[in-house]
Design a protein around this ligand. Structure first.
Ligand SMILES: Nc1ncnc2c1ncn2[C@@H]1O[C@H](COP(=O)(O)OP(=O)(O)OP(=O)(O)O)[C@@H](O)[C@H]1O
Length: 594
């Protein structure tokens, strides 16, 4: 059907008016040749398609009136198969023109000589009358088409407003809500029907729109505490802009995001590190290849992984590679070192706290690492150091897939894959009642063990080569490689700090190696030699002596650099150990509270 179908009833009325006024049979046909209005003998064929309307087709094509007095003989009738038995004796055809396009044709037709004579005799006045009727239909059609276009544009605009992630609310200059998009519906728990037409000051008293309208100015990035209809507090980061036209205020529009979402995005962007792929895990030993293969196989699984291995062996590197190879790779990887955070803070770091859970500055609430990791992976490093009361909470996350914030009462669903790591022997911890057996079995679904570097010495040369390239590039140095002597020392050394310690030794050496030269014994860090000396000098008593020197070194470092977190990070880096290892040592020597 053509557009004319939308006003078919009007077309039928007009056809009847013309027939009554002029006493001729009238047809109104749309631009697809369907009959939209008809009188007399054609009335029974309403809405059917005319196949013999060659004159009508010509008028539609040329958008011009046409008068015929010789149907069947006219050259336009020649293609018509019924031209020799044409039932018409004459006709006046007039286009219905909307924006210079013909949307249909009004035709007055005669079936005998008497009717034909009437048409011919009154041709001019009939054409005038039909032209006015065609105009009437064209105006009506134009209105309907404009309304349709407007409602399509409205629907399109509404679809756009609903498809944005931000909440959008607008109101007129009196504060009556005119737009309330789907995000606003979700954030406030209100339907748009409950909002539109009502005053913003009664529906959402905290809305920035109130302030904007009251003060007649726009506000940007304001933090607005609001409440969902279920009573939950929500913090919004909001903009409210005054809408004007010809210097007259028409109203205001507010766009907002939930603060939690902004935090998540900020966390993701500020923690975006180089993606760790399995190719970034260097090593040619059979054991490291097998571990990589196993880790790659389980990357796609949703199961929990427990990575064990000494400090610095690459547990976090493996966890990152598993995350990158999983379907969660586009979502955050959030690492938390359970031993580097005081027990009193660990719970709120992991689970966040509710608004009002604490007094003072912390009153606003905070997202925990589990919420930040939503959709992605959380890496719980040094899980063996997690206090027992938090172990129960982790077990609950694993079983029920939801968390409860500190000071909160409701369960918040989280979709997070857990990868845990420890350098400790958890079965011994279980025997000592320091680790929950049920949590151990939940975590240890897929065990991965990373062997210490001394048990895979064939990895040392490739790691050295990789690390030399890495640090030469970072430090912008041209290094020719290692002298034989230096390589021998690195191969003989036992690497208690594993790859991290090797990495520190290479970084140290490259710093002191002259540009264009080889790394020699002289440019290697002295601790590599001291340890060899101590081993030979103290024999059996070595462990005790080592511990004494270690405690002494730590005491001096704390004395010299202080005991802030920053200082501890620096000390750990200087010693070539992780922060968690440093904390362990400090506890072991009673240099910090347990
Ligand atoms: N196979 C490897 N290839 C390249 N770099 C490695 C490899 N193993 C470890 N590293 C590097 O060694 C350092 C320590 O690795 P990582 O932090 O993953 O160890 P970890 O076992 O988690 O240590 P900790 O238990 O002390 O936290 C990192 O800089 C890491 O990039």
């Amino acid at each position: 059907m053509g557009e004319l179908y939308q006003i078919q009833k009007d077309a039928q009325s007009i056809a009847e008016v013309i027939a009554a006024a002029l006493n001729v049979e009238t047809e109104i046909i749309d631009d697809t040749c369907k009959i939209m209005g008809a009188t007399g003998r054609v009335r029974g064929f309403l809405l059917t398609k005319r196949t013999d309307s060659f004159i009508t087709q010509w008028v539609i094509k040329h958008n011009r009136p046409f008068v015929i007095t010789n149907p069947g003989k006219n050259k336009l009738c020649q293609p018509c198969p019924e031209k020799d038995e044409c039932i018409f004796t004459g006709g006046i055809y007039y286009p219905i023109d909307v924006n210079e396009k013909c949307h249909g044709v009004i035709s007055l037709v005669s079936f005998n000589e008497h009717q034909k004579n009437l048409l011919v005799a009154n041709q001019n006045s009939f054409i005038d009358f039909v032209a006015k009727m065609a105009d009437l239909l064209a105006t009506k059609l134009q209105q309907v088409m404009t309304m349709n276009e407007l409602s399509r544009a409205n629907e399109y605009l509404e679809a756009i407003i609903n498809s944005v992630n931000e909440g959008i609310i607008s109101c007129d200059e009196n504060g009556l809500i005119t737009c309330f998009n789907q995000t606003a519906e979700r954030v406030f728990g209100l339907s748009k029907h409950e909002a539109i037409g009502h005053n913003i000051s009664t529906v959402l008293p905290n809305s920035l729109l109130n302030k904007a309208l009251l003060e007649c100015k726009s506000f940007y990035d304001e933090k607005i505490p609001c409440t969902h209809t279920n009573g939950d507090g929500i913090n919004l980061i909001s903009n409210a802009t005054i809408v004007t036209s010809n210097k007259k205020i028409l109203g205001a529009v507010e766009s907002f995001s939930e603060e939690e979402k902004i935090f998540r995005v900020a966390y993701r962007l500020s923690n975006r590190e180089d993606v760790t792929a399995f190719d970034n895990i260097i090593g040619t030993s059979a054991i490291i290849k097998k571990t990589k293969r196993l880790a790659l196989e389980v990357a796609q699984s949703a199961s929990t992984i427990l990575i064990t291995g000494e400090s610095g062996t690459g547990k976090e590197l493996f966890a990152r590679a598993v995350h990158s190879a999983s379907h969660r790779s586009k979502e955050p990887f959030v690492a938390i070192n359970c031993s580097a955070i005081p027990d009193s803070l660990l719970e709120s770091e992991l689970f966040g706290y509710e608004r009002g859970a604490f007094t003072g500055a912390k009153n606003e609430g905070k997202l925990g690492k589990f919420e930040l990791a939503h959709g992605g992976t959380i890496f719980l490093d040094e899980i063996g150091d997690m206090p027992l009361h938090l172990q129960i909470k982790i077990l609950r996350v694993l079983q029920e897939k939801n968390i409860e914030k500190v000071g909160g009462t409701k369960n918040i669903p989280v979709d997070v894959r857990i990868i845990a790591a420890t350098h400790q022997n958890l079965t011994e911890q279980i025997a000592k009642k320091q680790f929950r057996e049920d949590l151990y079995y939940r975590l240890n679904v897929i065990p991965l063990t990373i062997p210490p570097l001394r048990e895979r010495s064939e990895d040392i040369p490739v790691l050295i080569e990789y690390l030399c390239q890495k640090y030469a590039s970072i430090l912008n140095k041209n290094i020719q490689g290692l002298s034989k002597g230096a390589l021998n020392i690195l191969l003989k050394y036992k690497w208690p700090g594993n790859v991290r310690e090797l990495e520190n030794a290479i970084e140290y050496a490259i710093n002191f190696c002259p540009n264009g030269s080889h790394i020699t014994k002289d440019t290697l860090p002295s601790w590599l030699f001291n340890t060899v000396d101590i081993i030979s000098a103290y024999g059996e008593n070595m462990k005790q002596k080592l511990e004494m020197s270690e405690k002494q070194i730590l005491l001096e470092a704390l004395d010299h650099m202080g005991s802030s977190l920053q200082a501890k990070k620096q000390i750990a880096q200087n010693m070539g150990i992780s922060l968690s290892s440093l904390y362990r040592k400090l506890r072991k020597y009673h240099l910090i509270a347990d």
